[in-house]
Write a protein that binds this ligand. Sequence first.
Ligand SMILES: N[C@@H](CCC(=O)N[C@@H](CS)C(=O)NCC(=O)O)C(=O)O
Length: 207
Amino acid sequence: MGLRIWGRLSSINVQKVVWTARELELPFERIDAGGAFGGNRTPEYLRMNPNGKIPVIDDDGFVLWESNAIVRYLAARHGAGALWPSDLRQRADADRWMDWQATELTPAMRNAFMQLVRAAPEKRSQALIDESNAATEALMTILDEHLAGRHFICAQQFTVADIAVGAAAHRWFGLPQPHLPRPNVEGWYRRLMTRPAAAGVLTLPVT
Ligand SMILES: N[C@@H](CCC(=O)N[C@@H](CS)C(=O)NCC(=O)O)C(=O)O
């Protein structure tokens, strides 16, 4: 049966999982679900993920939801020692930046994204955008300082942390508004974009 991934590719959380599968050169089938595709509130879907959210995977009968958990699972199963560092402290370092993406960065940028991309222009709240931009820029300062002198988030090794934070950075840079210059983040982001596994995933317009 192999690996099946449910979720539309415009979702940052689905992008992370698809990008990981491609880095690991895993064959997989992706089924569009969520947003305009729907299909994520059916009884069958809710049996796989009671949250009704995307992504979900089925890996030979093992069903898993929560994008970062899926990325960690696939990387540990197929990319141990590379995408998923085997050294405990290196792994904790990568893991910490994944949590930072999920609990700090993505929540901070959420309102800017929702207002600038998803809301109708006449319903747009500049106050929400300004607040979200300020919160995100504070985090971008941290990321930019961290990436000074580093090729990837965990120094020289491309890991799951680059996938989670990279997908969020892709969304941030894709928002139709000016950005403060972030030389280290921008250089890192350009390196990510040259990876063949990111092609067709991170090259999508932000929608
Ligand atoms: N914490 C979850 C969040 C999942 C989530 O919020 N998914 C959104 C898309 S990014 C969703 O399912 N939205 C409903 C929809 O697309 O119909 C994860 O990382 O997997």
